[in-house]
Design a protein around this ligand. Structure first.
Ligand code: DGJ
Length: 729
C-alpha cells in the first residue's frame, strides 16, 4: 500500500520504492506539507515548530498562539486572500467581490489505479501499478470545494498531482488562479535548473541559485513555448548527475503555464506550478467543476541521472500511447530543408526513390503541398492538394512512394490560416482577432479559433478526409506562431481569460479524436521545431520535432537539455545538408549522423544531390541505426558530459540487462598536442567483462566505470565518437 493514513493524527504518507511524501491535516483542518524526499519511515511533523514571526498573522482559531501562521507553515494547497502572503495555488472572486478562500480538510479517499482527468492528458497505469489518494477540502465560508488528487506509481518513484475545483454554491464565481500543485519545502535545496531558449535554440539548461523573492519560468504564448519549458529541477549545490538529492517536476500541459518559486523570508521554498494565472480568469458557474492539468513529480537521492530515468520510463510507458509508443520508429526523410516550397511530384518521386535505396523507411512531404502555398504568405487552411505541384494527387503520390517500399507521411498545420486563402475568405470570423483591432501576424499567419466547436469540426473533417484519401502513415502536426489577441465571439460570458485554456482543451479534443480514429498513423508534434515540446503533446504524439536547428553541434546541446525529462525516442532528429541552413557550419556526415541518432532518426536533405560516397555512407548509417534503435530507444540513457561546460559531448545507452552499450558523442574543437580523451562509463555491471569494439580488448565493468576508457585520437573539429561495447560471454 503506497498510501497510508493515520486518521487520529491526520497524517498521510505516500511511499514509493525510493521516496516518501507526507502531508497532514492539522487540528485546525489546515492541510500542511511535511515532507518530500527519501523514505524516512516516520512523521516529519517535528520539523514544523515556528516561533512568532513578526507581520505573519495568525488564523483566528489559533487564539493566542502567535507561532501558528499560514504565512510561515509549509502548506499543501495555499489559498489567496487570507493571511499567507506568499504565492498562492488557488484564488477566486466571489459574487460579493471578495477574493478570499480558506480551504480546510474535509475527508479523503484511497483507491486502486490512477485517476484520469476529464478532457486533459494524464499519466495512465494499470490498476495494480498505481494508487490514487484524494484529499477533500472545503472553503470555510462558501461552497467552494477542492479535491487534491495524488497518483502514485511506486515502482517508478513517480507522484502525480492535480486539483479539481468545484462550485457547489448558488452563485457563480471567477477563478483567478488554479495551480496544479504547490510544493512547500524547507531550505534543503539552494538551486534550480530550468530549460530556456528561443526558436532554433530550445531547452538550454540554466542552473541558478534560489534568491530571496520570486523566480519564475513561464509562458503566455498560448503554447508551452521555445522560451521556457514546463519542467524544472530543484537541487542542492552539490547535486551532480550521480549524487545528491533533487526533485523534478513536469507539467503535462501545452499552453500558458507558470512555475513560480518563492524563496521566502524564512528561506523556505514554495514551488507553485500550473496554468499561468496571467491571462486566466475562469467563470466557475454554480454546479461547475474545473480540472487543472496534471503535474508529474519525482525525487532522486542519486542525482539527475536517476531522475531522468524515472521520467523517461514514465513518459515512454505511461504517457505516450498507441501503436508507436514502444515500437520501432521508422527512419524518415523529410522534404523541408531539401526543397522548402519548391517542388513538384517528379522532384519528390526522384528524392523518394533515391531515399528508398539508402534504407530510409518513410518519405514525409512537408509544407507546400496544398492550396496556393508557394511561400509562407498564403494557403494555410486550404487543405486540398495543389495539383499543379502534385499532379498524381496525394493518393497517386502515396501509392508510387509505397511502390518503392517506403511509407508516406504528410505535414499539416491545422491550427493556422493565411489571410490569402479560401478558408479565410469564407470564414474570416474563424481567425483569432480582437474586434476593432488589427491582429498580430506571426509568419504572416493568423490563428484559428479552435475554442469554437464548428472550427474543430471543420478541422476534424478536413484532416480525416486527407487521411482517408491516401496511404498516409504519418502526420507532422506543426504550429508556427505564438498566440495573442485573445478574443472569441463564441465565448458567451465574454471572459477571454478562459480562452487560452479553452484553446488547449480544443487542441487536445481534436488530437484525441484523430489519434483514436486513425490508430495506425504515427503523429509527430512540432511547433517551429520544439516550441510545444511537452508531456501534454507526447500523450498524443510519441515523438516531437526537437528543433528547427539541425546543426549537429547545436543539436548536442539542445538534445542534452531535452534529455533531462524527455526520452530519446520522443526527440525528432535529422541529418541535414552542409553548410547547415541555420548556422552555415559544415560538419562531417558521420558527426551529423551521430548527433541525429540521439532521437527518432531521419534525414532532411536532397538524396539526389548526394555524391556516391555520401550515399554509401548513408546506407551504412541507416543499417547501423536500425541495428541499434532498440538499444537507443529502450536502453537507459546516460549524459556523460555537459556540453555547455566541456569540449566533449558524450552520451551512452545501456540495455536493460547491461549486456550492450553504445557510447556516442563528439569533441567540439580539435585540441593539439594533448593526451587522448578519457571517459568513465556508467550503468554497467561491475562484475561483468565487456569487449570494447574499438580495440577488441576485454575490460571488467568495474574498470570501465572506475577508470574509464581512452577514446580514439580525434582529428579536426566536431570529431564523432561511436563505440559499441558488449558483454564478453
Ligand atoms: C516549421 C517546422 O519546424 C519545419 O520543420 C517545417 O515543417 C516548417 N515549419 C514548414 O513550414
Amino acid at each position: 500500500m503506497p498510501v497510508t493514513v493515520n486518521e487520529r493524527s491526520g497524517l498521510f504518507r505516500i511511499e514509493t520504492d525510493n521516496s516518501e511524501y507526507q502531508l497532514m491535516a492539522d487540528s485546525y483542518g489546515v492541510l500542511r506539507h511535511l515532507w518530500y524526499g527519501e523514505r524516512v519511515g516516520m512523521s516529519m511533523e517535528h520539523l514544523q515548530d515556528y516561533p512568532d514571526i513578526g507581520f505573519s498573522g495568525n488564523i483566528y482559531e489559533a487564539g493566542n498562539d502567535r507561532g501558528y501562521s499560514l504565512d510561515t507553515l509549509p502548506l499543501e494547497y495555499p489559498c489567496g486572500g487570507i493571511g499567507d502572503f506568499r504565492i498562492n495555488a488557488v484564488s477566486a472572486v466571489h459574487s460579493d467581490g471578495s477574493f478570499a478562500l480558506d480551504l480546510r480538510y474535509d475527508g479523503y479517499s484511497i483507491s486502486g489505479g490512477k485517476y484520469i482527468i476529464e478532457g486533459l492528458p494524464a499519466v495512465y497505469a494499470d490498476y495494480d501499478e498505481a494508487e490514487t489518494l484524494e484529499i477533500f477540502l472545503k472553503d470555510t465560508a462558501s461552497d467552494v470545494f477542492v479535491t487534491l488528487k495524488y497518483g502514485v506509481l511506486p515502482k517508478l518513484d513517480i507522484i502525480t498531482r492535480c486539483a479539481v475545483i468545484e462550485n457547489r454554491g448558488s452563485s457563480d464565481i471567477f477563478l483567478t488562479n488554479a495551480a496544479s500543485f504547490c510544493l512547500d519545502m524547507p531550505s534543503d535545496y539552494s538551486e534550480w535548473i530550468h530549460f530556456h531558449g528561443r526558436h532554433t535554440c530550445e531547452r538550454l539548461t540554466e542552473r541558478r541559485p534560489l534568491l530571496h523573492g520570486i523566480q519564475e519560468s513561464s509562458s503566455i504564448r498560448g503554447t508551452s513555448s521555445h522560451q521556457q519549458n514546463p519542467s524544472l529541477i530543484l537541487c542542492g549545490k552539490d547535486c551532480t548527475e550521480t549524487s545528491g538529492s533533487c526533485i523534478g517536476v513536469l507539467l503535462m500541459y501545452s499552453g500558458n503555464f507558470s512555475a513560480r518559486i518563492e524563496y521566502d523570508q524564512l528561506e523556505q521554498i514554495r514551488l507553485v506550478m500550473g496554468i499561468n494565472s496571467e491571462l486566466f480568469r475562469w467563470e466557475l458557474k454554480s454546479g461547475g467543476r474545473f480540472f487543472t492539468p496534471e503535474a508529474v513529480m519525482s525525487y532522486s537521492g542519486a542525482g539527475f541521472e536517476l531522475l531522468s530515468h524515472n521520467f523517461h520510463k514514465t513518459i515512454r510507458e505511461h504517457v505516450c500511447r498507441g501503436k508507436y509508443k514502444l515500437s520501432e520508429r521508422p527512419v524518415l526523410i523529410n522534404s523541408w530543408e531539401a526543397a522548402y516550397f519548391d517542388f513538384d511530384d517528379n522532384k519528390i518521386l526522384t528524392a523518394a526513390k533515391e531515399a528508398a535505396r539508402l534504407g530510409i523507411d518513410m518519405f514525409v512531404l512537408d509544407d507546400g503541398w496544398f492550396g496556393k502555398r508557394n511561400d509562407d504568405r498564403s494557403g494555410l487552411g486550404d487543405w486540398y492538394v495543389n495539383t499543379e505541384k502534385i499532379r498524381y494527387g496525394l493518393d497517386g503520390l502515396s501509392k508510387k512512394i509505397k511502390s518503392f517500399g517506403m511509407d508516406f507521411g504528410l505535414w499539416i498545420e491545422p491550427e493556422m490560416v493565411s489571410e490569402d486563402s479560401w478558408l479565410y475568405r469564407s470564414h474570416p470570423e474563424w481567425a483569432i482577432a480582437v474586434p476593432n483591432r488589427k491582429p498580430t501576424r506571426g509568419r504572416y499567419q493568423l490563428v484559428l479559433d479552435i475554442t469554437r466547436e464548428d472550427v474543430r469540426e471543420y478541422l476534424y473533417n478536413v484532416i480525416s478526409g486527407i487521411l482517408k484519401s491516401a496511404e498516409i502513415s504519418y502526420i507532422k502536426w506543426d504550429m508556427n506562431r505564438s498566440v495573442c489577441d485573445w478574443y472569441s465571439a463564441c465565448l458567451e460570458n465574454k471572459s477571454m481569460g478562459e480562452m487560452p485554456h479553452r484553446y488547449v482543451l480544443g487542441l487536445y479534443e481534436l488530437l484525441e479524436r484523430l489519434t483514436s480514429d486513425f490508430p495506425d498513423v504515427l503523429f509527430e508534434g512540432c511547433s517551429g521545431g520544439g516550441g510545444r515540446f511537452d508531456a501534454g503533446m507526447l500523450y498524443y504524439c510519441p515523438q516531437i520535432w526537437c528543433s528547427d536547428d539541425t546543426d549537429a553541434f547545436e543539436r548536442t546541446k539542445i538534445q542534452y537539455g531535452t534529455s533531462f525529462f524527455y526520452p530519446v525516442s520522443s526527440i525528432g532528429s535529422h541529418v541535414s545538408a552542409v553548410p547547415n541552413h541555420q548556422t552555415g557550419r559544415s560538419i562531417s556526415l558521420k558527426s551529423r549522423c551521430i548527433a541525429a541518432m540521439h532521437g527518432s532518426f531521419g534525414y532532411e536533405l536532397d538524396p539526389a544531390a548526394l555524391s556516391d560516397a555520401e550515399k554509401a555512407e548513408i546506407i551504412t548509417q541507416t543499417e547501423r541505426f536500425k541495428k541499434c534503435r532498440g538499444l537507443i530507444h529502450n536502453g537507459k540513457y546516460y549524459r556523460l558530459t555537459d556540453p555547455f561546460d566541456s569540449n566533449l559531448s558524450l552520451w551512452e545507452y545501456v540495455s536493460e540487462d547491461k549486456s550492450e552499450i553504445l557510447l556516442q558523442g563528439m569533441q567540439f574543437r580539435a585540441v593539439p598536442n594533448f593526451t587522448k580523451n578519457k571517459i568513465k562509463l556508467r550503468g554497467l555491471d561491475e562484475n561483468k567483462n565487456y569487449i570494447v569494439a574499438a580495440d577488441e580488448k576485454i575490460y571488467s565493468g568495474k574498470a570501465l566505470m572506475s577508470g574509464g576508457i581512452l577514446l580514439p585520437e580525434a582529428s579536426g573539429d566536431f570529431f564523432a565518437y561511436e563505440i559499441f561495447i558488449a558483454e564478453a560471454k
